[in-house]
Design a protein around this ligand. Structure first.
Ligand code: SAM
Length: 244
């Protein structure tokens, strides 16, 4: 089953090369493992926000084969790749849309996962996303979210923010060259202008997400600091109160 919505992003253009460039990046596999380790064993439904070509969702499905899968992404081309990779006997629903407007009923999903996707939301939409996640989760359900972060809030109009962001992104590019190869480094370098212009690449310090989730109504979440430190990768685990 597929639900349609109009949005599309530059990710449609990256769909064909995504798995070749990202498939063997060790830091991504570490994030997948950490995220999957927090999924409750008896979960009946798993929703992946920004599922892309399905690399996280497929690992989650292997670990929790009883779960029905929901994959949300604004880029139809990424979801097409995902569909090709998921075995036909697995229950899969794809939703074309954005993580800040989840087209699912209240209290309908046990587990919401996400990896390297929610930094594409504007800062205001990150806060709306936190509210959406709380709305869609069943009481007691978990939100398990991995992503890259940055060191300070700011924007392109603030030279100190631009300098700090450039320093962070260029050291990440060198780190990728050493650990994941030239293609991953070059993707990072190509994306640097999008980060510096806040044009679709808008990471925040992890504290921003913690406060967005708490303001939405989650108790203080667990924050797992991933290695290596220069990438500022974090996994956030927030559990919806049973009484809400
Ligand atoms: C770096 S890829 C990550 C894909 C996958 N989660 C993984 O870990 O392999 C980023 C994904 O986020 C998606 N994305 C971009 N904007 C989004 C939004 N507003 N809501 C949800 N996903 C979004 C892109 O289309 C893309 O598929």
């Amino acid at each position: 089953m597929s639900l349609q919505a109009p949005d599309a992003t530059h990710w449609n253009d990256l769909a064909a090369s995504y798995d070749r460039v990202m498939g063997n990046v060790p830091q991504m596999h570490a994030l997948f493992q950490e995220i999957v380790s927090h999924i409750q064993p008896d979960t009946a439904t798993i929703l992946d926000l920004g599922a892309g070509t399905g690399n996280l969702l497929i690992q989650a499905a292997r670990a929790r084969p009883q779960a029905a899968l929901l994959a949300l992404d604004p880029a139809p081309a990424m979801l097409e790749r995902l569909r090709e990779k998921v075995p036909e006997d697995v229950a899969l629903t794809t939703l074309i849309g954005s993580a800040h407007a989840i087209d699912l009923p209240d209290h309908s999903v046990d587990t919401i996962i996400s990896n390297y996707a929610l930094h594409h939301l504007t800062h205001a939409d990150k806060r709306v996303c936190a509210q959406e996640v709380l709305r869609v989760l069943k009481p007691g359900g978990k939100f398990i979210y991995g992503d890259q972060h940055c060191r300070r809030m700011g924007g392109p109009e603030d030279p100190a923010w631009v300098a700090d962001m450039y320093d962070l992104l260029s050291s990440k590019a060198l780190h990728y060259l050493r650990t994941a190869g030239l293609d991953r480094m070059l993707l990072q370098v190509e994306l640097i202008p999008k980060f510096l212009r806040a044009d679709g690449e808008m990471p925040v310090p992890v504290e921003y997400w913690v406060s967005a989730l708490e303001d939405a109504g989650f108790p203080p979440p667990l924050v797992v600091e991933m290695d290596p430190a220069p990438l500022l990768n974090r996994v956030i685990v927030a559990t919806k109160p049973r009484a809400s």
